[in-house]
Write a protein that binds this ligand. Structure first.
Ligand code: PLP
Length: 287
């Protein structure tokens, strides 16, 4: 396995970063998770746009252009001879001194890892998963924007730990007003009376690329789609619930906080959207 690191491809065993890298010391950096399906890098432009916007927001200068990054990602996939893969792009602030001031870091560190993906087991896709709402809240957008995909994922990790403790597969994160936002690393949708709802991102959700793909797919299929706020109650009484994300793709949720959703099996709309999503992922992107 070859990893792009420090401007070259190095073997996995040699892919190590300095303990003085502020990505390690402070979580100072940004990242993206991207999928490759049958040689097609799904919505790569959208992922790179988000990466550059996250970097811009934290005043981190990525030392490659969008086009150069595209080439580097494609090269990483080719070098590892992967047809289907999960790509992790990391840009950290780079090496500096022990103080947190980024001014001491002059060279951002760009890392690209491509590997075969180990996602949820197949049964979870067939039977659906359970989620639970957690005490940790999504950070307020005016304090730290959820649109910044930063290396500082401690809040999301705490949320995941709470889900683990509750014995469920994923967390349901609310904002400080109690509105539903998203999971620890995925967006949430509910279906009620044939209408598809997802929280508007201003409530505190990352504008997921899978989320946007599902919105496109749903509209193209003629569904009514609404980005509007909802609460846990709306989730409990929904006809269907599902999550979307680069890692999970589209996965049905059949139980929320111990409440079975409808019949407790993946819903028809969810399955229809998943099927269509699986169809577009091999064509919508960079081949
Ligand atoms: N929400 C958070 C907090 C995430 O980290 C992710 C993963 O990237 C998502 C949602 C899903 O976004 P995407 O579909 O772009 O992977």
């Amino acid at each position: 396995q070859w990893i792009f690191l420090g401007g070259e491809f190095v073997k996995k065993e040699d892919a190590v970063v300095s303990v003085f890298d502020h990505g390690f010391l402070y979580g100072d950096g940004v990242f993206e998770g991207i999928r490759v399906y049958s040689g097609n890098v799904f919505r790569l432009d959208a992922h790179l746009k988000r990466l550059y916007e996250s970097a811009q927001s934290i005043m981190l200068k990525i030392p490659y252009t969008h086009e150069e990054m595209t080439q580097l990602i494609v090269e990483t996939i080719k070098k590892n001879q992967l047809e289907s893969a999960y790509i992790r792009v990391v840009v950290s602030r780079g090496k500096g001194n022990l103080g947190l001031d980024p001014s001491s870091c002059s060279n951002p560190n760009v890392i690209i890892i491509a590997e075969e993906l180990s996602m949820f087991p197949k049964e979870f896709y067939e039977q659906g998963i359970k989620i639970a709402s957690v005490a940790s809240r999504r950070n307020r957008p005016d304090v730290l924007s959820p649109q910044i995909k930063s290396l500082n994922y401690l809040n999301n990790i705490l949320v995941k730990l709470e889900a683990n403790q509750a014995g469920v597969q994923e967390a349901l994160m609310l904002n400080d007003q109690g509105y539903v936002t998203e999971g620890s690393a995925d967006n949430i949708f509910i279906v009620k009376n044939g209408v598809i709802y997802t929280p508007p991102v201003y409530l505190g959700a990352l504008e997921g690329i899978t989320r946007n793909a599902i919105l496109d797919v749903a509209k193209a299929k003629g569904f009514e789609v609404k980005e509007s706020p909802f609460t846990r109650h709306d989730v409990y009484v929904a006809d269907e619930v599902f999550l979307t994300g680069t890692a999970v793709e589209v996965i049905a949720v059949v139980e929320v906080d111990g409440r079975k959703i409808k019949d407790g099996v993946p819903g028809e709309v969810t399955n229809e959207l998943l099927e269509e999503f699986r169809r577009i992922v091999t064509t919508d992107g960079v081949a």
